[in-house]
Design a protein around this ligand. Sequence first.
Ligand SMILES: C[S@@+](CC[C@H](N)C(=O)[O-])C[C@H]1O[C@@H](n2cnc3c(N)ncnc32)[C@H](O)[C@@H]1O
Length: 302
Amino acid sequence: MQLHQFIHNSQAAFEAANLVYGHGTTNARDEAIWLVLWRLDLPLDIDINEPQYAERELTADEVLSVGTLIEERITTRRPAAYLTQQAWLQGVSFYIDERAIVPRSFIAEALAYGHIDDWLPALPKRVLDLCTGNASLAILSALAYPDAHVDAADIDELALEVAAINVTQHALTARISLHTSDGLAHVPGDYDLVVCNPPYVNQTSMQALPAEYLAEPALALAGGLDGMDFIRPMMAAMPAVLNDGGALVLEIGFEREHFERAFPNLNPIWLPTSAGDDLVLLLTKDMFNTHPPVLQEPTTTT
Ligand SMILES: C[S@@+](CC[C@H](N)C(=O)[O-])C[C@H]1O[C@@H](n2cnc3c(N)ncnc32)[C@H](O)[C@@H]1O
């Protein structure tokens, strides 16, 4: 069978199985291309429409081996990144396994496109990646700010094991320090920039999660009744660890309504992302000083 036919069949099988995407791809075709090319050890950025690839005949062994992987994606519903143990963010490759959530933070875009820098008096020298998971944002921060030292903190020791693998693979052990910390409780401070992609999925959404997302650590996703359980105390503690001129960049996904209900007096800057302009917010230390967060407790999940 030719490669294009195998990819077509895999896409059709994914569509028939109603798989859910969002861990590196957004649709059945891209997911099929990713897994087939990966298993065949072909570069992921080739143009599969080019005849030299499209018409490549798969050997019987290859058909068996790629077919097994496609079947595994369908039967286990594990995200493709867990099957390949590799995830990509802004063109940077990261090791990943089930000990940590598959990296996909939109803060990666803000770092890559320099959207944060306009709000800082100078490029940051001290950065914290709070809720670091596999350390992808810590590594992208270190790459974006070559003079910065980055602290990367997470409460989950298993996630930090994955983080350590990535920091070593990217040869950044001298510039990134890993910390076990519940929120800001055990981070060294003080920071010119804090990036944070916390657990923020509200209870109603958690109860409706598809299997692919249930394969990830619940600790990485669940944010309580209104998604703000982690964010409330973190916001209260944040000004104490921010240097003058510093800023917090916080991802809240599609929870803007809950965020604004929890912090009615804040007026953050919303940074643009490819999925919308109200998923990632920025608050400077000055904004925290002018309007200290006034917390509203959750009353509803709607
Ligand atoms: C949405 S994931 C983000 C991971 C990573 N930054 C990324 O973007 O892929 C949230 C992370 O927060 C961590 N976490 C959950 N509760 C925490 C807490 N109380 N203190 C510190 N980290 C926490 C989880 O272990 C998980 O790794």
